[in-house]
Design a protein around this ligand. Structure first.
Ligand code: NIG
Length: 424
């Protein structure tokens, strides 16, 4: 049995046995235990609390630390902090090549939509992916998975959507499955065939929607390659009607909805997502009272991707209004080659605080327990709670948790434990 005891933790962040999705005023509260211990048995959090309440069997084990028969690994955190690992609920981290030429095109004045309309953007990535083997795709995606793991992420949702043919969508989803099997990250997989219309269907969009519904979804379900289904519901991409039909078809195969909604403008994506009880609607740069009203009476969480807003130099989602409306929100990186080539949750925390005026407490909640909710894993991850999976990191010596978004390029992690195992 693997056993790890962490002692002398200055602050144990997001610790409590009944921590669930937070919204509104609750988001201001980070559950913190000062001067704490954390005890991990096998892959799970077995106990935690204030140092002075540490149970005798653990105190005993500390006194026998030199005993060669004592299998307990003891880590003295020496006044540093312990966090639950971040849950990044929206990424496209399986992709081929890169798109820095489009980055330059944007500097020279083209918009994201203009680049897409001339066959760049998602279609550019689809072409690169078509020419890349599954093994090579897996190798590059695993590099990104290891990169995010080293910066504090313990769970990640990954989407397909650069395949856009049955064969290539399956190729992507099989790569996600391999990451799930071989990485210590907890991985959730989303089928996003409805990410863009492939060139072949330029004059026959209905034909592609039919292919998604009648060919792709059944194939994905037959191989059990995804938990979620997503649609890019946006002007120039998939309409509300397309989204409705695709989500409906996915639901019949047990795929719960997620929606890319209102990134470039009001698209109706929020309402159709709520109609299908989407687990999350993501982006939300453009929203109004109708979107708030739809979300208020739903189980759907609002997910913001400020890294993409930053990269595309757009207006940020009005995060404070979501908080005021008591609508829960999550933050995710959107790691992808077109709108956010970064998987850093630290950067999202910084943007959330600086550009969206969330407090550090609200932002940390959005990256931990609320991120876990947005990927359906809040029962097992997203907080330090007895019985949850032991995905945590110990910080370096930093003055406070607000230092992480404040010093937004400074490395802040000392030790990573995933599934109860030391990673570094
Ligand atoms: O979430 N908006 C759609 N999908 C991604 C971007 C994908 C790309 O440009 O490659 C996003 O921003």
């Amino acid at each position: 049995m693997d056993r790890i005891l962490i002692t002398n933790i200055r602050q144990l962040i997001q610790a409590g046995d009944h921590i669930t999705l937070k919204r509104g005023e609750q988001m201001r509260n980070l559950d913190i235990i000062e001067d704490a211990f954390l005890y991990i048995e096998d892959s799970l959090i077995a106990d935690y609390g204030k140092m002075e309440t540490m149970p005798p069997h653990l105190c005993d084990a500390i006194s026998k630390r030199e005993d060669p028969h004592n299998d307990l690994k003891i880590i003295d955190a020496a006044g540093r902090m312990v966090f639950p690992s971040f849950c990044d609920s929206h990424t496209h981290l399986v992709y081929a090549g890169s798109r820095e030429q489009e980055f330059v095109d944007k500097i020279n004045g083209l918009s994201y939509q203009e680049i897409a309309a001339r066959g760049g953007g998602i279609l550019n990535s689809a072409q690169l992916l078509e020419n890349t083997s599954e093994d090579e795709l897996y190798r590059s995606a695993m590099e990104r998975a290891n990169e995010i793991l080293a910066t504090g992420t313990g769970a990640v949702e990954i989407k397909s959507g650069y395949g856009l043919t049955p064969e290539n969508e399956l190729k992507m989803l099989r790569v996600i499955k391999r990451i799930k099997e071989n990485s210590p990250l907890t991985v959730k997989s989303t089928f996003l065939g409805a990410h863009a219309f492939p060139a072949k269907y330029a004059g026959n969009k209905e034909g592609y929607v039919e292919e998604i519904i009648n060919t792709m979804i059944p194939m994905v379900a037959a191989e059990e390659l995804a938990e979620y289904i997503d649609v890019f519901c946006e002007d120039g991409f998939f309409s509300v009607d397309d989204t409705d039909r695709i989500l409906n078809a996915g639901l019949k195969y047990g795929l719960r909805a997620k929606v890319h909604a209102n990134q470039m403008g009001i698209s109706g994506g929020v309402q159709v997502g709520v109609k299908y009880d989407a687990i999350s609607v993501d982006h939300l740069e453009s929203v109004g009272e109708e979107e708030f009203a739809a979300l208020k009476n739903s189980q759907t969480i609002a997910t913001m991707l400020p890294g993409a807003t930053f990269f595309l130099n757009m207006e940020y989602s009005p995060a404070r209004k979501f908080v005021e409306n008591n609508i829960p929100l999550a933050l995710a990186t959107n790691y992808n080659p077109g709108s956010c080539p970064s998987g850093s949750m630290q950067f999202q925390l910084a943007l959330a605080c600086i550009a969206m005026k969330l407090t550090p407490e609200e932002a940390i909640n959005a990256c931990t327990i609320n991120g876990a909710y947005a990927m359906g894993i809040e029962e097992n991850l997203g907080s330090i709670s007895r019985g949850k999976i032991a995905n945590i990191f110990i910080t370096k010596e930093i003055p406070s948790y607000s230092f992480i978004p404040y010093a937004f390029t400074t490395p802040y992690i000392d030790t990573i434990i995933l599934n109860g195992k030391l990673i570094n």
